[in-house]
Design a protein around this ligand. Structure first.
Ligand code: P6P
Length: 349
């Protein structure tokens, strides 16, 4: 009996240790583990990721109460630098990211979809040479309908002096990103990130107020059944893209999924495989999605998970931007499915 009880105790102890250890594997601890030590850079990036997590918690809290509060939903009546009508949630989330980095000593500049020019935090600059590029709310058309949304972020190291305030060093290719990821505001709030050492997901535990490790070293399947694009644009595309869509329509084994929020669609593809595409159109060959704070961070994540991301002509991570809000066509996901789309675009079939 004693032996069995001892065994039971040990089993219980093991499972308790595992459960406790998982609950203690917070985002900031995981980032330190990524750098296998406590160097100044590891500490800075751990603290930086923790601020991004705080931004995610503040946005998630606002979204969860949107229907209960005045002034959260709907449009501001303004138009942003993209020429898009601005949602109140866009402005709130943009301000949240700025606020969490003030007095942080970590981030000197913030570049956002919602701001024409980068936002400087001069008191951080002598030390915090990092720049955060972000889309505060991705998929804001979903805000007023309680559907999934995301925030997308990329971390870059400032290169040289940004004397003219034009942040020209940010126009470097996506391979210069130190870290990138997204926050998915869905049935649960998840944070997915990479620092170049694999892709890892965390789930917000509201009872702890912490993002707890969910999956490490996520690998995207080489192929998946999902193709994700807005077929309402069918007659706006080049013929080669229309031919690809006709191919998946007539080929067994494909299924269409498109939510209106790229973070949500790409997270599904990261987990199940498949391809998301937002091609250019005849009128706008450069496409709709932005390079520096949407496509490049997501490309970093998907490539780190073993997938691919291309403009149709070249890898997203190799594109050198000419301007901060540059747009790009995007084809991203499982390597076999991205290759299939490329075969239509590059060979016209
Ligand atoms: P459309 C949201 O505005 C976004 O940038 C992506 O999140 C989303 O996939 C896409 O645009 C939706 O655009 O033209 O299909 O409504």
């Amino acid at each position: 009996m004693a032996k069995a009880a001892e065994h039971q105790d040990k089993e219980h102890q093991d499972s308790t240790d595992k459960g406790l250890d998982r609950d203690c594997t917070t985002l900031s601890r995981h980032v330190l583990q990524q750098f296998q030590g406590f160097s100044a850079q590891a500490q800075d990036l751990s603290a930086l990721m923790n601020r991004i997590a705080l931004a995610g918690k503040l946005v998630a809290r606002r979204l969860s109460r949107a229907g209960l509060m005045e002034g959260v939903l709907g449009f501001t009546g303004e138009v942003n630098v993209q020429g898009e009508s601005v949602k109140k949630m866009d402005v709130y989330a943009n301000d949240v990211f700025i606020s969490v980095f003030k007095q942080s000593g970590l981030v000197c500049r913030l570049a956002s979809e919602e701001m024409d020019q980068p936002y400087y935090i001069p008191e951080n600059c002598p030390i915090g040479r990092y720049t955060l590029l972000y889309d505060p709310i991705d998929g804001s058309s979903n805000t007023d309908t309680n559907l999934s949304l995301g925030s997308i972020f990329a971390i870059r190291q400032q290169e040289g002096e940004d004397r003219d305030g034009q942040a020209k060093d940010l126009l470097a290719p996506g391979t210069k990103q130190i870290g990138a990821g997204y926050i998915l505001y869905g049935p649960s709030t998840m944070l997915v990130y990479t620092m170049g050492k694999g892709v890892h997901s965390f789930t917000l535990d509201p009872s702890l107020g912490e993002f707890i490790l969910t999956e490490e070293n996520i690998k995207i399947p080489d192929h998946g059944s999902v193709y994700s694009l807005n077929e309402g644009n069918f007659w706006q595309w080049e013929e080669s893209v229309r031919e690809y869509v006709r191919y998946v329509h007539r080929t067994e084994g494909y299924t269409a999924r498109y939510s209106g929020a790229m973070v949500s669609d790409i997270h599904r593809i990261l987990v199940q495989g498949g391809v998301f595409l937002y091609p250019g159109t005849v009128q706008k060959p450069e496409g709709k999605l932005r390079l520096l704070y949407e496509s490049a961070p997501l490309a970093y994540v998907i490539e780190q998970a073993g997938g691919r991301a291309t403009t149709g002509e070249m890898n997203i991570l190799d594109v050198v931007a000419e301007k901060l809000h540059q747009r790009t066509p995007l084809i991203i996901g499982s390597k076999e499915d991205v290759a299939k789309v490329e075969s239509f675009i590059q060979n016209g079939h």
